[in-house]
Design a binder for this molecule. Structure first.
Ligand code: NI
Ligand code: MN
Length: 219
């Protein structure tokens, strides 16, 4: 499977027969270089919560690609398309299985008429080609993360930029709770408030898999 990082919390997960994008904040994302068309075919778009830097270009990308949007029911309702899910057991998808898990954050949707109610923020555990990937979304450190340890997570994608989410110190504690094989840092260096020296992220209990924006790794 290939993982491409578009900066912030936008990852393209590419298996043999499926292309999944998380939190499609692209055109206004200073770390993304390209157009929406250049993302290519998409089967699914998973959105963690309603903030502009996560909902991003979901509407245009969905129209462009015909991808199925998956998020909480409020965000799916706002987009008027997709599959609304809840914190749950494993939910089967054609590409594997997904579990929505708690995130400690908010989820308001910015609009011309003020902030709309955006439901609960989520993280997702993806099971793809026999690998388990935890995409945390935006979250502070929560003891719920200990529930992920028995799931034998292969890769944890964790926010490290602080201010709106866990910082380096809390992300290291999260890694100690989750015990993934590897951790991919995200949600840093996009804005001044979340500037972070990523080389200072040195959890002892997992390998750091650093993907630069616009870079692809095979796992
Ligand atoms: Ni947020
Ligand atoms: Mn965010």
């Amino acid at each position: 499977m290939n993982i491409t990082y578009f900066g912030h919390s936008a990852f393209l997960l590419e298996t043999k027969n499926c292309r999944i994008l998380t939190d499609p904040y692209l055109l206004e994302n200073p770390l993304y270089q390209g157009t929406l068309e250049e993302v290519g075919h998409l089967d699914y778009i998973f959105i963690s919560h309603g903030h502009f830097d996560h909902l991003g270009d979901a509407k245009s990308l969905q129209k462009l690609t015909g991808a199925i949007v998956v998020s909480n029911p409020e965000i799916v309702g706002y987009l008027e398309t997709g599959t609304g899910i809840q914190p749950s057991g494993w939910i089967p998808f054609p590409f594997g299985r997904v579990k929505a898990v708690n995130a400690l954050h908010t989820s308001g949707i910015p609009s011309e008429n003020g902030t709309l109610y955006g439901g609960q923020p989520f993280g997702y555990v993806f099971e793809l080609e026999g690998k388990r990937i935890y995409f945390a979304g935006d979250t502070g450190l929560i003891s719920d993360m200990a529930l992920l340890k028995p799931l034998s997570i292969d890769i944890a994608m964790l926010p490290i930029g602080g201010f709106y989410t866990m910082d380096l110190e809390d992300a290291v504690k999260a890694v100690d709770m989750i015990c993934p094989k590897a951790v991919i840092p995200m949600h840093y260096n996009t804005f001044p408030a979340i500037e972070t020296n990523v080389t200072d992220f040195q959890p002892k209990s997992a390998e750091v898999l650093l993907i630069k924006p616009m870079e692809t790794v095979e796992i």
